[in-house]
Design a binder for this molecule. Sequence first.
Ligand SMILES: *Cc1c(COP(=O)(O)O)cnc(C)c1O
Length: 815
Amino acid sequence: MNYTINQIAKITNAKIIGDKELLIKNIAFDSRTIYSTKNTAFIAINTHKNSGEKFIESAIDKGINIIISENHYSQFEDITWIIVENSVMFLQKLAKFHFENSHIKSVGITGSNGKTILKEWLYQCLWNEFPTVKSPKSYNSQIGLPLSLLQINDSHKLGIFEVGISEPFEMEKQENIFHPQIGLLTHIGTAHLANFKSEEELIDEKIKLFKNSEVIIYNGNNPLVDKKIRELYSSKKLISYGFKDHNQVFYKNSISKNEDIVVQYLDEEISFPVHQRDEATLSNALALITVLKELGVETQKIIEKINALKAVEMRLEAIEGIKDNIIINDSFNLDLDSLKTALQFLNEYNKPKKSLVLTDIIGVNANSKELYEEVSDLVNEQRFDYVFLIGVEIIQFSALFKSKTFTFIDTKELIESKNLNEIKNQIILLKGARKFEIEKLKDILELRKHDTVLEINLNAILHNINYHKSLLRSSTKMMAMVKANAYGLGSYEISEFLQHHHIDYLGVAFVDEGVELRKKGITVPIIVMNPEQHSYEAVIEYNLEPEIYSFRVLELFYEALQKSGYDKKYPVHIKLETGMHRLGFKDHELNQLSNVLANKNLKVQSIFSHLSSSDIPDEREFTLNQLKTFEKNSAYLIEKLGYTPIRHILNSSGITNYTDHQQDMVRIGIGMLGESSDSEIQKQLRSVVSFKTVISQISVVENGESVGYSRRFKAEKPTKIATIPVGYADGIPRLIGNQIGNVGISKTLAPIVGSVCMDMMMINVDHIPNVKEGDTVTIFNAKPSLKEFASYCKTITYEVLTSISPRVKRIYIKD
Ligand SMILES: *Cc1c(COP(=O)(O)O)cnc(C)c1O
């Protein structure tokens, strides 16, 4: 977009305070990820859950001088204000105008699953055919869609946008803003069904997006979808795709055979090799082909493009580097949009120093001088300490870059220069077009080189938190339990992410866990569940909040507090014993407790207890009794105190099973990691942790030969056996050897044979065709799931996670 403030005010009926002629090219809505302030306005979005106005100050601190909001705050100087009646409606109005006055061809994607993947795939196939704009990440909501549309500019010829809904009547509003020429409906599933009366109602709502479309491409496997679209849109061009052969686009041969796949596309047959054969991927591939065909891409080109998709990893990863660096690796494609996304991602970390490795931008049909001017403007605003430019084109423009800049013809030259070896304690962004293979730099910069990794999906954590929040009142606070290194996943990384997403409280078990978080810059209130007696000085020094569970702890802590010279009321948390019989004050102690507290300079910040069996349906009566005791005893204490601290008792399964007892706060743990004991809830959660490795060696063990220590597996026929580099020192219990446990290889289970060794184990892969050395092996994620893996180990998911050894590298991804 590119409007003056005056134009925007005319389009949206807004009021202006300040300079009418300023130009706006971008609108930022998240003050934390502002990566550029040039021609950028910050919009304070008010929704019924949250007000963006509290972030106006931090946007202004970052250098923004145009604010769009419902209220005017006159204390800020030299700021131009666009005052709007309703921030969300403002965005929608502006986006509608902008879209309707653009001249792009548009594709609108809706459906329950696959929207983001299809959008990214289409973009990868099309961006060097036509100048293309797309929704960033999965921006598809009432707010995300308008923000996406506002990215359209005069040079774009094609726009690919996701459209999502979660409630009835939303699609009408979305369609009013955005009416795609080509409509694409992916699979309809049960996600979001919660707010709809029936599947039929959901379908009716989704297909409203196509009211003004010329062409509708849809997954026709679901008979109800097929019927509805044909009835409602009989006058439009309709193309259905799917596995069933009543569709116009389908697979002609069996997808399970290991041969080239043949797609029947209307009257044409298109065949190509595929490597990933899961249903979702293959179904998305049909949709992809159909849209590309509809946009006039030739068959031969489509095949080439599909082949090029294979290596795609659609995400940014942050990896621990050598010399305390953090490496952000984004080496799968490079254009301006993805550069902006990566810069945003970078801004979520607060390392004081940062460096950038950037290559030529390839395949963009633009004047290269203008292109690199824009690139250097963006980069200069970030104030990188070092910039490393790779490629014959970009290095001609090195003078545009204001940081200390080094130039290289190719990646090899940079590696040989050893320049990167000098970098310490920085965040390093690797951003390159694929042909430069800058992932080789990642290999050099990475800390522990290990094929075995524990991958943690931060977006999935956010999804799971939001799912639990959706069950609660919007005023209920949430504490995230990050004790025991955040259940083994990495307490700093998880806490930093949760802090960024405004978690109210963090909970740790011991003082040193809290101290570590404070030292690394976590400022959210932290409660320490089990403050040991020698550690009270550290509690006070690092502003941690202790759990007080007995008179002894109360007195000892108070003594330490007085010694420290602290003279304000110190926040503490009172634990009540209600049936767990672990820690806490009992009924008969409450009177004395209130008397003791009355004479002390302490502030009871919260009163809480813990449920012993909230995940056990048979213990419902017991649990209700615990809840009742808590309600009674906390009310008693509150009356005695004369003020009302926060009350909390529910853990993850408490949130889902006893929602009515949510009190003022809940404490989530395993639930944010995507685990529930309830199978219905489990379906709504996303899996967070993926433990994986690769095959070191494959050998055929002949009849009568044995495998491993003590010869506990003997082959009865020639058997293909693979060795993988994880063992009991990594946290795989020895008891799951001897065909008790399984691991997954391309979605097939393979039993562990023989004894688990310290650093390795062997698996039977005889039944898996085409398996080869170097292939990925899933210890747990989808198949087997964490739960299944825990059942092999005869334990619970909590113990599996906390047992994974620190030597296993943790990688954090955002998809
Ligand atoms: C660990 C813990 C939780 C979280 O339990 P989940 O079952 O993982 O949700 C909540 N409260 C307390 C006191 C805990 O120690």
